[in-house]
Design a protein around this ligand. Structure first.
Ligand SMILES: Cc1ncc(COP(=O)(O)O)c(C=O)c1O
Length: 388
């Protein structure tokens, strides 16, 4: 055995022993409420396709039209020759929807976060992040080379304490809008006030709020009533409620122009396929016009929480599409999710390092396309397995 073979075998063995080993499930169907996974039909409660747009006929038709017009690959990075009219139109429509001067489309949310934070921040600067921020934000803070500090979850006093210790340097506060593994909403009014008080910039990653929250679906900021004055840097993803792929950053004209010049994950990568931009334009239109979808989703969230309470299931304080059931132990959560899958229910089992040690959980996600009957059946099954 070479030293590489040894290293790999040992790391994989440790992963197994700690019940942290990850495997991939294979889908034979489109994303949706009913999926075929590893050859077996299942009712799915673990995708981020909150509005059921990933397989929507109008989104698919736009994707096909986009491929007919632009072909498949974009052929180059945005700054060379990969920036199509479809990308441009999508950016303009996203900016108008979230009420900002401009938006910039990235190939993924991970890349958007890495690109923005490492373009804005560097040595001698300070990045402050919520402990439960998404991994891409945490990685971005580390990669930026700035001093990186994490404050207690959604705790403005903890952020204050960190900020008070800083005498000079540029400061950036970064938070998820809706926390991806807990489903709770950031206390944006308090965060914005604190950031302003310390002359720090505020960035919100609204991957799980965009399309879902707010009267028009524009996200957490619309839901809470905050403007670009409060949150100058807004990031959203397109692979969740919008059902396609990619991400965007929205803000002032100069912010976007700066990112075009300096965000390395924007500059040094092939532009996402223009057909995908066309598909996203169709899904953005549905988010704005088909408001009944969002209403159905929120009605399902209410039904889920009420039924879970009647069944004495312990939920977190979440009023979004992410409804975790806290289990604690890694082996327990794996056992429960495996039995659920055997019974035809697909639910995410989330373990460290995605969540803190000792807080393994079922991450149940709801869709506008679930029926109340689907929800009741899932919850009965969860209660049955947890008691068994
Ligand atoms: C809060 C948050 N930010 C960023 C991302 C990354 O987005 P993407 O999947 O488009 O890379 C995700 C999930 O994937 C997320 O949950």
């Amino acid at each position: 055995m070479t030293s590489l073979d040894n290293f790999l075998a040992q790391a994989l063995q440790e992963r197994r022993e700690n019940n942290l080993y990850r495997t991939r499930k294979m889908l034979d169907t489109a994303q949706g409420v009913f999926v075929v996974v590893d050859g077996k039909p299942c009712l799915s409660f673990c995708s981020n396709d909150y509005l059921g747009l990933a397989n929507h006929p109008e989104v698919i038709a736009a994707f096909k039209r986009g491929a007919d017009r632009y072909g498949v690959g974009s052929g180059a990075s945005h700054l060379v020759s990969g920036h199509s009219r479809a990308h441009q139109q999508l950016e303009e429509e996203l900016a108008a929807f979230v009420g900002r001067e401009r938006a910039l489309v990235f190939s993924s949310g991970y890349m958007a976060n890495l690109g923005v934070i490492s373009a804005l921040m560097g040595k001698g600067d300070y990045v402050f992040e919520d402990k439960l921020n998404h991994a891409s934000l945490l990685d971005a803070g580390l990669l930026s080379g700035a001093r990186f500090q994490r404050y207690l979850h959604n705790d403005v006093d903890s952020l204050q304490k960190h900020l008070q210790k800083v005498e000079s340097g540029t400061k950036l506060v970064v938070t998820d809008g809706v926390f991806s593994m807990d489903g709770d909403i950031a206390d944006l009014p308090a965060l914005a006030a604190t950031a302003r008080q310390h002359d720090a910039w505020l960035m919100v990653d609204d991957a799980h709020g965009f399309g879902v929250l707010g009267k028009h679906g524009a996200g957490t900021l619309e839901h809470i009533g905050m403007t670009s004055h409060d949150v100058p840097i807004l990031m959203g993803t397109l692979g969740k409620a919008l059902g396609t792929a990619g991400a965007f950053v929205a803000g002032s004209k100069d912010l976007i122009e700066y990112l075009i010049q300096f965000a390395r994950t924007y500059i040094y990568t092939t532009a996402l396929p223009p057909a995908l931009a066309e598909a996203t334009r169709a899904s953005l239109k549905l988010v704005q016009e088909d408001t009944a979808r969002r209403e159905r989703l929120h009605n399902n969230i209410g039904e889920f929480r009420e039924t879970a309470a009647q069944l004495d299931l312990r939920l977190l304080d979440s009023h979004t599409a992410i409804q975790p059931v806290l289990i604690g132990d890694n082996a327990d959560v794996m056992r429960i999710s495996t039995v659920l899958q055997q019974n035809g229910f697909l639910v995410g089992a989330i373990r460290p390092p995605t969540v803190p040690a000792g807080s393994a959980r079922l991450r149940i996600t709801l869709s506008a396309d679930h029926t109340h009957d689907n929800i009741h059946r899932l919850l009965e099954a969860v209660r049955g397995v947890m008691r068994g």
